[in-house]
Design a protein around this ligand. Structure first.
Ligand SMILES: Nc1ncnc2c1ncn2[C@@H]1O[C@H](COP(=O)(O)OP(=O)(O)O)[C@@H](O)[C@H]1O
Ligand SMILES: N[C@@H](CC(=O)OP(=O)(O)O)C(=O)O
Length: 432
């Protein structure tokens, strides 16, 4: 049975990090292995910035500068890894950069989302080309596969929907029983027309789950710079502790509310086939991981805290003193869906409907403009949404102390409060 590994940007951020991969893969060579890799370090953010420059006639210099900087970073990794034998991987990388440049020229006038997918996909194409060459260089026979041909999707660019049947057929045909290590890209897929698509930011975990599902894998391992999934971001909470074992459902809740470690769509395909997921550290692979499977016994053992920053609060009110009834709510949520936005908190009363959204100006501004056509819209920026799963008594109040609460919501398992970011600390502490 196949094992699926997923390496995120941090685990391949530079040549030294890529070297660390080799023993991890080496130690699993006795069984079929599919390795799903993200773009190096923060490449996807850099490709997004490059895209913005490419679409702005007045920023040609910035485009060229960013393009060359990205090329240099990838060249440096190759030169460090391959030394005197760098010529052939360099040629392949340069060919990909030429393609990327050509895609930008071709799609400058295309819709943003389509242009995005045809160009941002290069982060993973570049990283996997380097990692495959490195593994082969280390005598680990590796097969580079193009996920644009494997992961079949519709053309809902930036959040493509999977054609599971076609994907399963292609993946099984091309990957099952491979004697070599299969190396492929996370985050990207392709349409039957041959265009690239992406599955949503941080979607490589979902890709790993797709491959695992299609191959009936025995296990998925996500390799991280942390030893597992914690009950809060250890960089932001000084007393965060690692979760040893949680269920697919609990992990989905945490991811849905914004815990950055796993993409929320990852757990569904694994749960359907009872494929366990472990989150391990590529720096200390011997450390106890977090295991995620069907067992729900430990889900509420500790409270988990999740911060979502850069939030915007919209208060929508009818102009004519009428009720914010279901048809109106339906209308507002319909516009939200059309704008491609997701509400992180929703609250309503007789004459107001409140939404807390990620601050994505390219989507948010058209939404606000559309709402203002029919409603009064008030807005607050620079907010932080705190979500706590399984909060203990008094925990939310202790976490809110000294801060004004703009909105809040609570059900049996989850509490949320919205604060002004300027009133929030850099480092939080989870109360007992
Ligand atoms: N609940 C959590 N548990 C563990 N790490 C978390 C959690 N929330 C946020 N993180 C942060 O996620 C980081 C790893 O994610 P990320 O940098 O996106 O990895 P990659 O891009 O390599 O997949 C960790 O360094 C940690 O600071
Ligand atoms: N590179 C993509 C996909 C991804 O999943 O990345 P990471 O595994 O590094 O979070 C992104 O940054 O969105």
């Amino acid at each position: 049975m196949t094992t699926v590994f997923k390496f995120g940007g941090a685990s391949i951020k530079d040549a030294d990090a890529i070297r660390q991969l080799t023993p991890l893969i080496e130690s699993h060579r006795d069984r079929p292995l599919v390795v799903v890799v993200s773009a190096m370090g923060k490449t996807t953010n850099k490709l997004e910035a490059l895209l913005a420059a490419a679409r702005d006639e007045s920023r040609r210099d910035s485009y060229r500068e960013r393009f060359e900087a990205l090329k240099t970073e990838h060249h440096e990794a190759i030169e460090s890894l391959f030394g005197d034998s760098a010529d052939s991987p360099l040629e392949r990388i340069d060919a990909l950069f030429d393609e990327l440049d050509a895609q930008h020229r071709k799609h400058r006038g295309s819709a943003y989302a389509r242009h995005y997918d045809q160009t941002v996909c290069y982060g993973e194409l570049l990283s996997t080309t380097i990692v495959a060459a490195w593994l082969n260089h280390c005598d680990i026979a590796t097969d580079w596969q193009d996920a644009r041909e494997l992961v079949r999707t519709d053309n809902h660019y930036q959040a493509a929907n999977l054609d599971w049947e076609a994907t399963a057929e292609t993946v099984r045909k091309r990957l099952a029983n491979s004697e070599r290590v299969t190396l492929t890209q996370g985050f990207i897929g392709g349409t039957t027309e041959g265009e690239a698509t992406t599955l949503g930011r941080e979607g490589s975990d979902f890709s790993a789950a797709i491959f695992a599902h299609c191959l009936d894998a025995r296990e998925v391992v996500i390799w991280k710079d942390v030893t597992g999934l914690f009950n809060a971001d250890p960089r932001r909470f000084d007393n965060a502790v690692q979760l040893e074992h949680i269920s697919y459902a609990e992990a989905t809740e945490l991811a849905w509310h914004g815990a950055k470690v796993i993409h929320p769509k990852t757990l569904g395909p694994l749960q359907e086939k009872s494929i366990p997921l472990t989150v391990r550290s590529f720096e200390t692979p011997e450390a106890a991981p977090t295991t995620i499977d069907a067992e729900r016994r430990f889900d509420s053992d500790v409270a988990s805290c999740i911060l979502r920053e850069d939030q915007v609060w919209l208060e929508v009110q009818p102009r004519d003193f009428s009720f914010m009834d279901e048809p109106r709510q339906h209308d507002i949520l319909g516009r939200l869906v059309e704008a491609g936005l997701h509400a992180n908190l929703v609250d309503s009363s007789a004459m107001r409907f409140v939404l807390c959204l990620d601050d994505k100006p390219e989507r948010l501004e058209p939404l606000i403009e559309s709402l203002q056509g029919d409603y009064e819209v008030a807005r607050e920026n620079d907010l932080t949404l705190l979500t706590v799963r399984h909060p203990g008594p008094g925990m939310m109040d202790a976490l809110s102390e000294g801060r004004e609460t703009l909105a809040e919501r609570r059900n049996a398992t989850t509490a949320q409060r919205l604060f002004y970011s300027q009133e929030c600390p850099e480092t939080w502490h989870i109360p007992d």
